[in-house]
Every structure is written in structure tokens, then in C-alpha cells.
Design a protein around this ligand. Structure first.
Ligand SMILES: [Mg+2]
Length: 286
């Protein structure tokens, strides 16, 4: 009935999709420009809770991707939204960096070591055993335990680093309390992202490079999903999962339309490259 394009909004993972090892993935800025020109709402998602939206926008700008800070959605923001809905104007003891503390302050949270409603664990550049010990004592005394994301390790030039998920495991072992993880693959992160751009899951495409976070989260939130192979997943790895993305493409560059395609797409009022049905799934190659 409607001549409106079915896919109108886009959620995109950042690492492995738009940037890779501090370099822009070829085609990433063209694709984002295409969305901006067409007026398609989009958000760039990351489970990294270290940085604020402004920090991340500046980091993307240095590699050549210009997006407004509002176009970025982090697990820190999702955590702050979640706590604001659950227990407005609460208190929290935070292990994390400015991305997380700023987000919590902005929703009206007070950060304290005295009898907090929550212990909120995020990513830091170096975890302090003293702060972890304090978190353990507060949880043992009754504080609720929230973690921004479950990722066990993160990358660094020198090798892998223990990340939020690993430190959460340490705290859980000491307290017998498991955290509630807000970031991907929790569909909550996707729903909050949709709300932030006023989009609906049935009209939204999730683009990611990980099956066990991006694709499963998009699928469970009811979105179309695209797996790109510029991150950590190969076509063979993707086939082993019990669920499939709607499509697998080599790179986000495959979603950039030529000027001719754009004209055709305008006539048909449908984005040419995003019309693939659910069933052409991971076998399609564009
Ligand atoms: Mg990624």
C-alpha cells in the first residue's frame, strides 16, 4: 500500500563496520553521507563506555567521518537511560570513565560511595583494585549490580586487555551476585537507540560485524540485519551460528549506491540495495 521505503532507519556498529584499527573502512563516509542526504535517521552504536558522544565524534572526525555527536549511542548512555527509567534520580558507585560518569550525571544521578542504589561497572583504561574492592563491599552490603556491557576483552596495540565482562566476573565471584548487562546483545540497547531516533524496529536495519552481539540483538529486536565481513566474523564463522543475518556483505561500501541507482531508487521510492528479502540471507553477495 504505502510507497514509503520499508527500511528507513539504520543502526550501525562502529568498530569493525565503520572503523577498523583507528582507520576508516573504505566506503563508510560515503554511506553515512548517503543516509544524511536522503534524510534517513541513523545511529552509530558502540559497547565502549569510556568516551562521551563528543569524544567519539571527535575521534571519528580525525579519521575522516563527520557525524554530529547525537548520531552516536554508547552502552554508557543506554545504561544511564535504563537507570533513569528504573529508578529516577538515584545514586550510584561508578567504576568507569567520563563516558559513563557524564551520562549518569546528565540523567540526574548522584555518584557516591555511601550506600548507593547501584554499583555501575563500565570500561576503564586501567582498573583499580581498590575501586573493585569497594564495589564488592557495596554489592555485598546490598547495592544492585549493573554493568555497561559483557565484552570480556578489548583490543590494545600491545595485545588484549581485560574488559568490563572480565572485571564483572571477578566481582560476581566475590559477591555471588551477577550483574545486569545493558549493552549489546541486550535488545534494550537497541530499543533505546530506536527511541533516540524515533524509529521502529520493522523499518530499521542493524549493520554489524559480530553475530553474537550485533546480529542477535538486531534480530531479537525485530530488525533486518546485515553482517559485514570487515570486522571479526568471516562468512564461514557466520554459518555456524543457529541464527542468520538477513544479508551478508563484504563491506559497508556495498551499500553505497551509484548516482544511477540513487535516481532509480528515488523513482521507486525504495533504497535499491536494502530491499533484499529475509531469504536471500547469507548467500547473497553484492
Ligand atoms: Mg564491532
Amino acid at each position: 500500500m504505502s510507497s514509503e521505503p520499508r527500511i528507513q532507519a539504520y543502526l550501525m556498529d562502529m568498530d569493525g563496520v565503520l572503523v577498523r584499527e583507528e582507520q576508516l573502512v573504505p566506503g563508510a563516509s560515503d554511506f553515512v553521507k548517503q543516509l544524511q542526504d536522503a534524510g534517513n535517521p541513523f545511529l552509530i552504536l558502540t559497547n565502549n563506555s569510556i568516551y562521551t558522544q563528543r569524544d567519539l565524534a571527535a575521534r571519528l572526525a580525525t579519521v575522516g567521518l563527520d557525524v554530529p555527536e547525537e548520531a552516536i549511542w554508547t552502552s554508557a548512555l543506554a545504561t544511564a537511560q535504563f537507570l533513569d527509567h528504573q529508578r529516577p534520580n538515584g545514586t550510584a558507585y561508578v567504576i568507569g570513565e567520563s563516558g559513563l560518569t557524564t551520562a549518569l550525571h546528565e540523567v540526574g544521578y548522584i555518584l557516591t560511595e555511601r550506600d548507593p542504589d547501584y554499583v555501575v561497572l563500565g570500561e576503564t583504561r586501567s582498573y583499580s583494585l581498590q575501586r573493585i574492592t569497594q564495589a564488592i563491599r557495596l554489592i555485598a552490603a546490598g547495592a544492585r549490580f549493573i554493568a555497561t556491557n559483557p565484552d570480556p576483552i578489548g583490543p590494545s596495540p600491545a595485545g588484549i586487555l581485560p574488559a568490563t565482562g572480565s572485571v564483572a566476573a571477578l566481582i560476581s565471584k566475590a559477591t555471588g551476585v551477577d550483574p545486569y548487562f545493558v549493552g549489546k546483545p541486550n535488545p534494550l540497547m537497541m530499543r533505546e537507540a530506536l527511541r533516540a531516533i524515533d524509529a521502529h524496529s520493522e523499518n530499521t536495519m542493524m549493520i554489524g560485524d559480530r553475530m553474537d552481539t550485533d546480529i542477535v540483538a538486531g534480530m531479537e529486536a525485530g530488525m533486518e540485519t546485515i553482517l559485514v565481513l570487515t570486522g571479526i566474523t568471516t562468512r564461514e564463522m557466520a554459518e555456524r551460528f543457529p541464527y542468520r543475518p538477513s544479508r551478508v556483505i563484504d563491506s559497508i561500501a556495498d551499500l553505497v549506491e551509484s548516482p544511477g541507482e540513487r535516481a532509480v531508487a528515488r523513482v521507486k521510492s525504495l533504497p535499491a540495495r536494502v530491499r533484499g528479502s529475509r531469504h536471500d540471507a547469507s548467500t547473497s553477495r553484492t
